[in-house]
Every structure is written in C-alpha cells, then in structure tokens.
Design a protein around this ligand. Structure first.
Ligand SMILES: Cc1ncc(COP(=O)(O)O)c(C=O)c1O
Length: 396
C-alpha cells in the first residue's frame, strides 16, 4: 500500500498532537488543566437542542439532505446578516450552508488554487488556510501579523512576483490566535488591493459574536464592493456553542459560492436536516445566550490577563475572540515554555509557533475552560512563577 504524497507530506493537525499529549499524561494519572482548544465548554442553549430533538423525530428529516441546505436555513442566514450587519444577501445565490466552516474553508482552495498558484495567508493563523492551499497543489505566501501593525497584514510589502501568481487572499478577524480585530477601513483597503491585483478575498469570521466590553465586530461584507470580489465564512460553533453539531456558512460573491457548491455537490450531501432546523432556531430564536456567554468569557478573560500580568507575562485583553495571546518570558521559545508549563505544573497552552513562525515568542490560552478548571490552572501558573523565582534565587 502506498499513501499519496499529498497526504504523506501533511503535517499532523495541531490539536491532534496536543490532545495526544494530554491523553498520555492523563493515562499516567496526571491531572492536566488545558487552555489549549477553542471548543466552548458551555452547552448548546436548550431551545436549540429542543428544536433538534423535535426535528429528529420527523421522518422527513431522516433522508439525504441537499448540498445547498434547506431554503429556510439559507433565508435565516440572509435575514441574520441583514439584522446583525445591515448586509443584504440573495438567499439562493449568495448563501451556502457548510458542514462546519472548516469544511468550506478547506474545500474552497480546490475551487481556486491550481498547481503553481499562491494563496496569501496570515502568519500566525488557523492552519487550514495554508494546508488546504498545499493540498490543492499551490503554495501559501505568509503575510506576517505583528503587534507593531496591530496584527494586520501589511499588504503593500507583498512582492510583485508573488502577487502575479496569487489568487486568494485570506483574512480572519476577530483573529485566531492573536485576538486582534479589524475595522471597516482595513477591509475597504483590502478590497481595493484585491481589485488592483485580481485576487479573491476569503474572510473568515467565526468569532464576530464573541466580543467584550460592548465592542461589536464588523463583518467583512459591510465593506464597499465585497460581493464583487469576496466571501465571508461564518459559523454557529462559537456563537451558539455548537461545535459538536457542525454548522457553518459562506456568504458573498455568487460566482465563488457557485464554484464551492459545484465542488461540494460531488463530495458531500450537506448538513443533516435535523441539525439544519436547530441552526434555523439558533439564528432566528432568542439571542440572549450570546450576551450571557460573552459575560462568562469576559470574566474569564479578565482573570487570565490579571494572572498572566501578575506573573510577569505581557498580555493585553482582547476585544473579541476566545483567545488570550501572551508573550513568553525571556529566554524561552514558545514550545519550550509550553513544555515547561505542562511538565512542571500540568497546564496546557498552545505554543504560538504552531500557528506560524511569527507566532514565536507567544502562547495562546483559550477561554473555553470551565470556571473551576480555570481557577485551578491559574493557581498552577502562580505556582510555576514561585518555583521559578526560587530557582533563580538559588542560581544567583
Ligand atoms: C479562525 C477559525 N476559522 C474556522 C474555524 C472552524 O470552525 P467550525 O468548523 O467549527 O465552524 C475555527 C475553529 O476553531 C477557527 O478558529
């Protein structure tokens, strides 16, 4: 048996490695507190689950779904974009439900990237943008996201020969892993840039509803002319704690959406219908859960930031997203520091370098950790600091 080069060359998916490490420690009886994965710990709101259970009883929902989703779901998505962002969408041509947004993000590369083509990808970033580009035979060109530029890419520094081969520009705000946000001015500039260089933009915005201190993230679709050159991916995973049900969406340019629909109709048969009914309930039912979840995450964010700062790690409170992006202490790489925390105090954080070379020097902590575990994890971080101070005293 010979596995394809395409798969043999794939790096292991980041969280598969981390989950393996955690499982090994736990198998040895060690108590591990994980700040690693951005998977909401709070259950899906009960009204959404009630609709799912009811829909599951209906034999009409026991049969194959359609790739393009139920018309009612597409309409619910279009209405949600209208009421949340004031963006009008044609529910038949400019909206496509996805089996979780990761699925669509991965597949769209196959619609645009041919061998030798380039996709412009942020660094650090959610790994699927670059891996899907490589699976399609293309190459990622990494755009550094650095603090000095508020973790926004500096589009004007991309070399002309790269731009000639580039077909897609990936953006993601509120950003994973840095927690940075972008405003409409940035998106308007990105659209002009994409027009100038004949690029299609894919904006990934699954964290648009996870925001703090009254801040409301904008949608890329609110910028001028986005429907002519780009799409936005969104997801119910983080807004409604539905990571386990797999519902995402892509909206925007009709030609791009049609290309993805054509590809997907050959690969999958859509989201199970009962889950689509739950998604309709999520988008059209009571929205109080969003503020309730954000209040929980904001409290956790403040606890995490206070603790990190008190042990000498530099981290700023993010305005949105589920992540705190913190600088590692001097003398450590991000992997060394993550390993030290795991080995010495049983705390798992994600090394920034796993998101790209510009993530070096940082760790990411996710706020999707139950309160009791969070408090335990934070007191362990304080213990790590005390031990380190003692060691330093002995050395000096
Ligand atoms: C930036 C980003 N995009 C997309 C996703 C995928 O979300 P889902 O497939 O659950 O919709 C994630 C998940 O963590 C993410 O962080």
């Amino acid at each position: 048996m010979r596995i394809s080069k395409r798969v043999a060359d794939l790096p292991p998916y980041l969280f598969v490695e981390i989950s393996k490490k955690i499982a090994e420690k736990r198998a040895k009886g060690e108590d591990v507190v994980s700040f690693a994965i951005g998977d909401p710990d709070i259950p899906t709101p009960p009204h959404i689950i009630a609709r799912l259970c009811q829909a599951a009883q209906d034999p009409a929902n026991h049969r194959y779904p359609e790739t393009e989703g139920l018309p009612k779901l597409r309409q619910a998505i279009a209405r949600w974009y209208q009421s949340r962002f004031g963006v009008s969408l044609d529910a038949d041509k400019e909206v496509l439900p996805l089996i979780g947004s990761k699925e669509g993000i991965a597949h769209i590369a196959l619609c645009f990237i041919d061998p030798e083509d380039i996709a412009l990808v942020p660094d650090p970033a959610y790994p699927v943008y670059s891996v899907s580009t490589m699976l399609a035979g293309g190459s990622p060109y990494y755009m550094p996201l650095v603090e000095a530029n508020n973790f926004l890419p500096d589009l004007d520094t991309i070399p002309a020969d790269v731009l000639r081969r580039a077909k897609l520009l990936w953006l993601n705000y509120p950003n994973n892993p840095t927690g940075a946000v972008a405003d409409l001015d940035f998106f308007n500039r990105a659209v002009k840039f994409a027009r100038r260089h004949d690029l299609a933009i894919c904006h990934d915005g699954p964290y648009s509803e996870v925001a703090f201190d009254g801040y409301q993230p904008v949608s890329f679709m609110q910028a001028d002319g986005t429907k002519e050159i780009g799409v936005e991916f969104h997801s119910l995973s983080k807004s409604y704690n539905m990571t386990g049900w797999r519902v995402g969406m892509v909206v925007g340019n009709a030609e791009m959406i049609d290309a993805l629909k054509r590809l997907k109709s050959n690969l999958d048969s859509g989201i199970p219908n009962a889950i689509q009914h739950a998604a309709i309930e999520a988008l059209t039912g009571a929205q109080d859960c969003i503020q309730e979840h954000n209040a929980i995450y904001q409290r956790r964010r403040d606890l995490v930031i206070d603790m990190l700062n008190s042990i000498g790690l530099e981290a700023k409170p993010p305005k949105a997203s589920l992540y705190v992006w913190a600088k590692v202490p001097q003398g450590y790489t991000s992997r060394d520091f993550a390993t030290d925390l795991l080995d010495k105090v049983g705390v798992v954080v994600t090394p920034g370098v796993s998101y790209g070379k510009n993530g070096e020097g940082y760790i990411r902590l996710s706020l999707t950790i139950p309160d009791a575990a969070l408090v335990k994890g934070l007191s362990r971080l304080a213990g790590w600091r005390r031990n380190r101070s003692r060691t330093e005293q002995k050395i000096t």
